[in-house]
Design a protein around this ligand. Structure first.
Ligand SMILES: [Fe+2]
Ligand SMILES: [Zn+2]
Length: 282
């Protein structure tokens, strides 16, 4: 039954292989729509292996269109590390015939009736130095793309996020970022991102954190924050280290958040729409 009483938000990341998994996911999502205006969040690594590249852009976009034209809702995207290998600016403001694709900037807010969604750029929050202070690849790339020192970019993003979290008066808050804060997959503990974001998420009582990057499905409770990883929809990482997750599956799938004024639920589905895990909140 279609009703306007709840917000309905679907999400999946790491879709960049653009293959038949997407076809199955889209068909399952279309069958399960129960709200008037659902949306789909694309959690980064939208084009494998090298993001969108000016030279091959038309071909890549046509492939994207082939699958996503069948999804009956607006798509909101964010950038992952693979998107930064190419030119991430190609995806910002990207218009595709027959696809309602939206990425107004590399970080922005979506307002639904009962929930504010903050789409953020995880690559900027890990600006190119690892925990030991060692230089890594994206430092130079960030500088080149945005014309600013990565440390400045990072401060600007955090200022924007804090400012908007402070202003948010919705019952529920969701942050979406390509990278997990904590994971039982091959990427384990993202110390730098965890330390950067957790105090802010705690201070402003953020309820949900959706991410990808690890190519599996996970649910991890971090105090009052409910983190869901949905990055399994192109190819899977087979490694599983179950230490922090209450739910872990190595199968393609997606998640769906339903929120009303007083309750919320997040369901993890496999690509055929079979329920694998549900978390209810009041
Ligand atoms: Fe990925
Ligand atoms: Zn990734």
């Amino acid at each position: 039954m279609i009703t306007s009483l709840h917000d309905e938000i679907y999400a999946a990341g790491d879709l960049g292989d653009l293959d038949s998994h997407i076809e199955r996911i889209i068909s399952s999502i279309n069958k399960s729509i129960s709200a008037k205006d659902p949306i789909f969040l694309m959690l980064g690594d939208n084009f494998y292996p090298n993001g969108l590249i000016t030279k091959t852009k038309d071909e890549q976009i046509e492939k994207f269109r082939h699958y996503f034209k069948n999804l009956h809702m607006p798509i909101y995207g964010l950038l992952g590390n693979h998107d930064y290998v190419g030119n991430p600016k190609e995806q910002i403001g990207m218009k595709i015939n027959d696809v309602n694709f939206n990425m107004e900037s590399n970080y922005y807010k979506i307002e639904k009736d009962h929930i504010d969604v903050f789409m953020i750029d995880g690559v900027i929050l890990r600006p190119g130095y690892n925990a030991e202070g060692k230089y890594i690849y994206f430092h130079n790339k960030l500088k080149k793309i945005w014309g600013k020192d990565p440390i400045v970019l990072r401060s600007e993003l955090l200022y924007w996020l804090e400012n908007n979290l402070e202003k948010s008066n919705k019952k529920w808050k969701l942050i979406c970022c390509h990278y997990p804060l904590l994971s039982d997959g091959i990427y384990k503990h993202w110390n730098e991102l965890y330390k950067t974001l957790m105090p802010l998420l705690h201070k402003y009582k953020v309820n949900f954190y959706f991410c990808g990057h690890d190519h599996n499905l996970q649910y991890i409770k971090l105090n009052d924050l409910h983190q869901f990883i949905a990055g399994s929809s192109s190819h899977n990482h087979k490694i599983k280290i179950k230490k922090v997750s209450s739910f872990f599956a190595n199968t393609p799938g997606y998640i769906c958040l339903k929120a009303t004024k007083s309750t919320a639920s997040v369901t993890i589905y496999d690509e055929n729409g079979k329920t694998l895990f549900v978390k209810f909140l009041m």
